[in-house]
Structures are given as C-alpha cells and as structure tokens.
Design a protein. Sequence first.
Length: 306
Amino acid sequence: MNPQPTASPETFSHFRERIALRVERVLEELLPAADAFPARLHEAIRYSTLGGGKRIRPLLVYAAGACLQVHESLLDRPAAALEMVHAYSLVHDDLPGMDNDDLRRGRPTCHRAYDEATAILVGDSLLTAAFGVLSTPGSGLSPLQQMSMVHVLSQAAGSRGMVGGQAMDLASVGHELAQPALEQMHLLKTGMLIRCAIQLALRPAGVEEQSRDGGALVRYADRIGLAFQVQDDILDEVGDIRETGKAVQGADRSRHKPGFVSLMGLVQARAYARNLLDEALEALSPWGAEADHLRALARLVVERSR
C-alpha cells in the first residue's frame, strides 16, 4: 500500500489571509451589534475596528502560537483583545489633540466620520472591552493564564508602555532626539503591543519569558517592533496614499516630529531596518519550519508599502 501523502505546509500568504478572516469573525462576534443601544456609539466602534488594517498584532499572536504548538482556539480572545487595544489607540491618536489625522485605512478617521466626542468614547469602550474579552470564563484558558494575560496587556498598553510612548512622542515635537531616546520612545509606543502579542502566545504554551525560548521570542518581537516604526517613518517620506491609506508624504516632518529618517537619512534608515530584520531572524535560529510564519512576518514588517 502506498503511504498517504503528507499535507503541504501552509504558505504564509494563505496563513495571513486565513487568520485575517478568523480575527474579523471573532471581532464581529465579540463587538456589540451596530444597532444595539446606544446605536451610534456601537456603529462607530465597529466602523473603527472591522473591515481593514494589517492585523499585524493578531497575526503575531497566531504565528507565535504555531511556533509553540498552541491550538488556535486558545488564541482567539487574546488576539481579539490585543487588536481592540490597537484599534482604540489609533482612534485616539487620530484626534485633533493628538495627530489630527483625517484618513485612516483609506477612509475618514473616526472623529471625521462621526465626531470628536464619539471617537473618544469609542476608544474608551474598546480599551474596556479588551479586558472583558480576556477575562471572560469559558475560553479554554485557566483563570491563572487569563489573569496573566490581563496583566501583560495592561502593562503594554499603559503609562509604562504604549501610552507612555505616546506621551514621549507628544513631548518631543519640535525637538531633536538622539537615537537611544528615539528607540526608547518607539519601543514603548509601538513595540510594547508587538511584544505583548508574543507574551499572549507564551501563556497558553506554558513558556516563561525568562526561558531560552521565551527570551528569544521576546527579542524577536522587540526587533520587529523597532523595525515597524522605522518602516513607518520611511513610508511617511516616500509612501503613496493609494497604498498607505493615510495622508503621508512628510506628514510627521511637517509636524516637526523626530523620526529615524530625519535623524539618519533615508538610505541609512533603510539599512537600519534591514539590520533589525536580520537580528529578528537570528533570534528565531533555535526553531525550524515551525517559525516560518514568524520569519515571513518579520520580512513583511520591513518590506511593506503601507
């Protein structure tokens, strides 16, 4: 009898498409219905969260889970909660008191599509809902795992994480920052949620950050977290609005915000992004094919055009 052929490994392109659809479905189920009272707020929440985005952070949760052999069903709520926090941060970042942006993902930002007060409440609602999603019983995770996930997400999102990085970003407008200070700012503002994606996958796998495997994955996350911001700065200079979905072409420079391109020039910034990619890939050297989606994600972060 001929042996049964083994299944071909899933390509990253298929994985990315499949996970994006999965995350969209989970978010659709978890978010309030658009016509639930108060309907205008819930409509704005769904407008700001569904139907777009790169979904990099949920992809990282599932890719790290695949590397650590965690069943995807255990990652659905953690990935959705992380994306809710990310969506809230974008809604608030776009506000007039922050970056005052008109476009996000190729369509009007929340405060433009609705109004500023509604946008503030959308962000408040998404942040609160994320912790409800993580702490709801019946997810297949133990209460201890859920509590640990709530803790790491709160640390990543708060004043010692993303919000702290945003405060540094606002305070730096009109000032020049040396490279270590610029890196610290973006490790908080962008990198902490990317690190959190890995941390959320470590919990159900029973892997500690202080272990060899956990430490390597956190190093990987920190490298691509910085690379993500470097590429964002590059796209701010050379990106096409048809690709980025945002009004770019020097937007940060016009606001006098420090960045990697203004600090080191376009050529050097691109070289720095490639170096960060190499360091991220090196961190994955203990793994074989099971980490291929993480490798492809790292390349996507540096090579993306939006």
